[in-house]
Design a binder for this molecule. Structure first.
Ligand code: FAD
Length: 221
């Protein structure tokens, strides 16, 4: 699974937020893309350990796409990814993961935890089955949101953006927020992705309302 057996050339790099880069790369022949899943990604001969990233492109796209948050102060993998240019090589593994679409529901994302949901919701939109899902996406500031307009196009009023550093109305997705906004409908699935404490808080709130674990979709942690 973590064998970095595919080398891909970067085709395009674009800065979409102060710390977020958008990459497209070539897609190897017969390379399987599963929306919601991640791959291990590294820079050949960099000496850095590879890290997990969720491609946001669809199975039909002839390229691969990633949104990558750069942690400059860490002198780690993403710090070096920031130096990569069109023509640079990356190495990637096959896909892995537990975030699969299992039916309509509510998606809760914080920070770059949005990337598997961007892949899934794009894929659902192409099949005309995205409506009926809801998104609750939290970031510090509006400028850091990934593809805000696209989420609005896909989900309309069901796309909700929660800004923890909003000047006028700072909110976070916590127990109080969930209590106010979420109905634990028996038919609904719940998808969660973000920092561990965020995922645990949402999952604990759901379990306390008797939501069965089979209706809570998140990565193994
Ligand atoms: C399944 C999965 C899918 C993912 N998909 C994506 C994706 O699509 N896009 C994306 O951008 N990320 C994604 N991530 C996260 C990504 O893998 C990591 O952000 C990346 O590997 C960090 O690498 P790094 O070596 O640059 O930073 P690291 O050295 O690993 O440090 C980054 C981490 O350290 C924390 N940190 C920063 N500064 C400090 C400090 N001074 N002291 C202590 N901690 C600090 C940060 O909050 C961050 O969590 C995903 C993670 C998982 C598990």
């Amino acid at each position: 699974m973590t064998d970095l057996k595919h080398k891909v050339t970067i085709e395009k790099v674009e800065r979409v937020a102060p710390d977020i880069l958008h990459f497209t790369t070539e897609r190897p022949n017969n390379y399987e893309v599963v929306p919601g899943h991640a791959v291990m990604l590294g820079i050949p001969d960099s000496g850095q350990s590879p890290g997990p990233f969720s491609p946001t492109s669809s199975p039909d796209d002839p390229y691969l796409e990633f949104y990558i948050k750069i942690y400059r102060q860490r002198d780690g993998l993403t710090d070096q990814i920031e130096e990569c240019k069109p023509g640079s090589l990356l190495e990637i593994s096959d896909h892995f993961g537990k975030i699969d679409y299992k039916g309509e529901g509510a998606f809760f994302a914080a920070g770059t935890g949005i990337t598997p949901f961007l892949a899934l919701l794009r894929h659902l939109k192409r099949q005309n089955i995205a409506a009926g899902n809801e998104l609750y996406y939290s970031e510090k500031k509006r400028v850091e949101l990934i593809q805000e307009e696209e989420f609005r196009e896909i989900l309309g009023d069901n796309a909700h953006f929660i800004l923890t550093e909003n000047e006028f109305d700072p909110r976070r997705i916590d127990a109080e927020f969930l209590e106010e906004h979420i109905t634990v409908d028996a038919a609904k699935m719940f998808y969660i992705c973000g920092p561990l404490e965020f995922e645990d808080e949402v999952a604990d709130w759901l379990r306390a309302r008797d939501v069965d674990g089979s209706r809570i979709i998140r990565e193994d942690r």
